[in-house]
Design a protein around this ligand. Structure first.
Ligand code: C6P
Length: 428
């Protein structure tokens, strides 16, 4: 039977005075950044959509396919044993990143979307019934909204939403009122992908638990950017995507408490998730494999383990310091250098991750993004999979710059210069 390598999961203690990240030096670890786009240095400001990958991750994928490629948990031969060891060892690395003691609580998925759907289908279909309340927020990514809509429609359950202030902060007073409805589940994002708002997840989790609800946190924009300690947060489910956290596409994680996972039915049926199969019934494998039907993306999860180690080596507190500095710089420089620019989200870098949405009045964000591309600056434009949030803010679309460990103040200066060109070209 498969076992996960049981190395003790260390709890990191940071040195009191932290040396700042040297983003310029870190850039050398990311080969893709060393290129020109349209005759200009590439300025990649779309890390919230997907992060770039350090050489260590790229090399791990290369080494896996050159040396170890075999299916996991099946072969009694060296390659399969190495592939299995890499795949299960990566689980231990991700457990360390999240301060999870038991790596069996780490379920591999393809991305945050699949992690949340897993909970909605498995836990949700067992526990949600007619008239039950699920509390979400107005700032959710569609990945943490549509699965609950599908569940609520099927079960005739009710969805309620914590509204936001005009600054993009959750109305905690309304959350208290919604908790009086005794919801079965409260699901919210740790960090908003559109506004950057960092939600008070520990406090919200405590209050939801006091009201008798379980808590799911969408950590897609948190794990890649700030220290996440799932034990300290105390939630029941925590989801994120590996590809935003310096890992490969196709890697994702659902963490949940062991007793919940053990009581949940499988999400998908097939190979690897069973212990015994008969023609008319089957028994399930132990967790985490009960939730990992079929041949997984072995290389991607191995790569995510390497990415987790890379992030831990950088120091998540230092990464958070770095992004706080960049957000403060952007919120200061952009309105000065680009007069008339509209910025959205909390203006306090203390409660904001490395995400800066904006509009240039009179210019569609798609046009702004296209002009920026001419100068090698990559930003995202559109609704960022948060259509209800854009509706709430009365915005058709926004452009968005987002940061990572390799982002520098020079990148933000290049964005400001590009936006001046946008204004010049459109005469606004
Ligand atoms: N946000 C963005 O540009 P997937 O697609 O499953 O890897 O991640 C979904 C997801 C879930 N929650 C949050 C908070 C997210 O930001 C995302 C992905 C990307 O903002 C792509 S739309």
């Amino acid at each position: 039977m498969t076992t996960i390598e049981e190395r003790p999961v260390a709890t990191e203690t940071e040195a009191p005075a932290r040396a700042p990240l040297d983003a310029a030096a870190i850039r050398a670890d990311f080969p893709i950044l060393d290129q020109s786009v349209n005759g200009h240095r590439l300025v990649y400001l779309d890390s919230a959509a997907t992060s770039q990958k350090p050489r260590a991750v790229i090399d791990a994928l290369d080494a896996y396919y050159r040396q170890d490629n075999a299916n996991v948990h099946r072969g009694i031969y060296a390659l399969s044993e190495r592939a299995t060891a890499g795949y299960e060892g990566a689980r231990v690395k991700v457990a360390k990143l999240l301060n999870v003691n038991d790596p069996h609580e780490i379920i591999w998925t393809r991305n945050a979307t699949e992690s949340i759907n897993l909970v909605a289908y498995s836990w949700g279909r067992k526990h949600i019934s007619r008239g039950d309340v699920i509390v979400l927020t107005e700032m959710e990514h569609h990945a943490n909204l549509v699965p609950w809509q599908l569940l609520a429609q099927e079960k005739d359950a009710d969805l309620e939403f914590i509204p936001i202030t005009d600054d993009g902060v959750l109305r905690q007073d309304v959350f208290d009122v919604l908790l009086r409805l005794k919801p079965k589940l409260v699901a919210f994002t740790h960090v908003s992908n559109t506004l950057g708002t960092i939600n008070p997840v520990e406090d919200m989790t405590r209050r939801a638990h006091e009201a008798g609800a379980l808590v799911l946190i969408d950590g897609a924009q948190a794990v890649p950017h700030l220290p996440v300690d799932v034990q300290a947060i105390g939630a029941d489910f925590y989801a994120f995507s590996g590809h935003k956290a310096l890992g490969p596409t196709g890697s994702g994680v659902l963490w949940a408490r062991r007793e919940l996972l053990e009581a949940m039915p499988p999400f998908m049926g097939g190979g690897d998730m069973i212990r015994e199969v008969h023609l008319r019934r089957s028994d399930w494998n132990d967790i985490p494999w009960k939730f990992e039907a079929g041949t997984p993306d072995i290389a991607a999860q191995i790569g995510l383990g390497v990415a987790a180690d890379y992030l831990r080596d950088l120091g998540m507190d230092r990464l958070r310091d770095h992004e706080r500095d960049l957000v403060g710089y952007a919120l200061d420089v952009l309105p000065r250098e680009v007069p008339g620019i509209d910025l959205y989200g909390p203006m306090d870098p203390e409660i904001r991750g490395g995400v800066v949405p904006f509009n240039i009045p009179g210019v569609h964000p798609h046009d702004a993004a296209q002009v920026l591309d001419r100068f090698g600056v990559a930003v995202r434009a559109g609704h960022h999979c948060t259509m209800p949030l854009h509706e709430r803010l009365d915005l058709g679309a926004t452009a968005r710059a987002s940061f990572q460990c390799y982002t520098t103040r020079d990148d933000i200066d290049a964005l400001a210069n590009g936006l001046k060109e946008v204004q010049r070209l459109f005469g606004v």
